[in-house]
Design a protein around this ligand. Structure first.
Ligand code: GDP
Ligand code: MG
Ligand code: K
Length: 278
C-alpha cells in the first residue's frame, strides 16, 4: 500500500479539471498555494493498492517567470516534488500543447502524457501516432477522452508505474551547437550552487540565458552569484550578437522549431482546410 502524489499539468482547456473530477470524484479539497491567491485543488483516490493524492495545477502555455500561474506550476513541481506529473494534452492542438510538454520534461521529473480529446482530433481528421510520440519524448503516452472517462484507468496505471520507476531518462532538446556551448559554460559554473536552487542544473543555465527574473534574483542572493551573473551577461551578449535577437527569443524560437518538427513526425494524417457542405 503506497502513497503516490500526482500533479496534473496542461494548457488551459486541455481537460485537466474534467480528468481531475473524474479521477477523484467528491474527495476534493480546495485551498491556495502558499503565499498567493492561486486556487489549489487537491483530491484523493484509491487505485489498486495505492493511495493517490492528485493536484490540479494552474493551466499554462509555458513555464516562464512572466505569469504567476506559470511560477506556481513550476515551483510546485520542483519544490513539492510530486511523484509523477501527468501532462494533459489537447490532441486537437498538439503542437501548441507540446510546447508546454517539452518545458515540463526539462524540469527532469517523472512524467506521463495523457493524449486527451482524441475524439476531437479525429473529428477534424488529425491522427496521432502515440507510440512515436512516446519514443520521442521518452515517457508513456496514454490516449484519453476525459469527458467520457475513457482511458483514465490506463492513465493512472501508467502514472503509478512511472512514479515508482527511477530509470526514466532525462529529456534534452538540442538547442544547436552555439546555444549548447553557452548552456555548458553556465552550467559548469552552477555545480557548487545548484543544490541551493533546487532546479536541475541544465534548466538553471537555460533560464539564466533566457534572463528569467526569478532565477536571476535567486542567483543574485548566492555567495558565488556575482561571478555567475557576470558570465551570464557575457554569454547573453554573445548570443545576442550571433542570433541578432534577444537570447530568450532565440531560445523560444528553437523550442518552437523542435515542437513543430516533433508534431509533424507524430501526426500521421491531417485534413487541411476541410469545408463541410450542408
Ligand atoms: P481545463 O481548463 O484543462 O481544466 O479543461 P476542462 O476540464 O475544464 O475541459 C474543457 C472542456 O473540454 C470541457 O467542456 C470538457 O467537458 C471538455 N473535455 C474534456 N475532455 C474532453 C475530451 O476528451 N473530449 C471532448 N470532446 N471534450 C472534452
Ligand atoms: Mg481547469
Ligand atoms: K480542440
Amino acid at each position: 500500500n503506497t502513497k503516490v502524489s500526482i500533479a496534473l499539468a496542461g494548457n488551459p482547456n486541455s481537460g485537466k479539471t474534467t480528468i481531475f473530477n473524474s479521477v477523484t470524484g467528491a474527495r476534493q479539497h480546495v485551498g491556495n498555494y502558499p503565499g498567493v491567491t492561486v486556487e489549489k485543488r487537491e483530491g484523493y483516490r484509491k487505485f489498486k493498492n495505492h493511495e493517490l493524492l492528485v493536484v490540479d495545477l494552474p493551466g499554462t502555455y509555458s513555464l516562464t517567470a512572466h505569469s504567476l500561474d506559470e511560477l506556481v506550476a513550476r515551483n510546485f513541481i520542483v519544490q513539492d516534488k510530486p511523484d509523477v506529473i501527468v501532462d494533459i494534452l489537447d490532441a486537437g492542438n498538439l503542437e501548441r500543447n507540446l510546447y508546454l510538454a517539452v518545458q515540463l520534461l526539462e524540469l527532469e521529473r517523472p512524467m506521463v502524457v495523457a493524449l486527451n480529446m482524441v475524439d476531437v482530433a479525429e473529428s477534424i481528421g488529425t491522427k496521432i501516432d502515440e507510440k512515436v510520440l512516446s519514443e520521442k519524448l521518452g515517457v508513456p503516452v496514454v490516449r484519453t477522452i476525459g469527458n467520457r472517462h475513457t482511458g483514465l484507468d490506463d492513465l493512472l496505471a501508467a502514472a503509478v508505474k512511472v512514479a515508482g520507476d527511477k530509470t526514466q531518462k532525462t529529456f534534452v532538446i538540442n538547442y544547436g551547437d552555439y546555444v549548447e556551448s553557452k548552456i555548458t559554460e553556465i552550467s559548469n559554473l552552477l555545480v557548487e550552487v545548484k543544490h541551493e536552487l533546487r532546479y536541475p542544473q541544465r534548466w538553471l543555465a537555460l533560464k539564466l540565458l533566457e534572463n528569467d527574473t526569478e532565477i536571476v534574483n535567486a542567483v543574485k542572493g548566492l555567495a558565488e552569484g556575482a561571478r555567475v551573473l557576470t558570465a551570464v551577461d557575457a554569454a547573453r551578449k554573445s548570443l545576442q550578437d550571433s542570433a541578432g535577437m534577444d537570447p530568450e527569443l532565440a531560445i523560444a524560437n528553437l523550442r518552437y522549431q523542435f515542437v513543430g518538427t516533433l508534431s509533424q513526425q507524430v501526426i500521421t494524417s491531417k485534413r487541411e482546410g476541410v469545408l463541410t457542405a450542408s
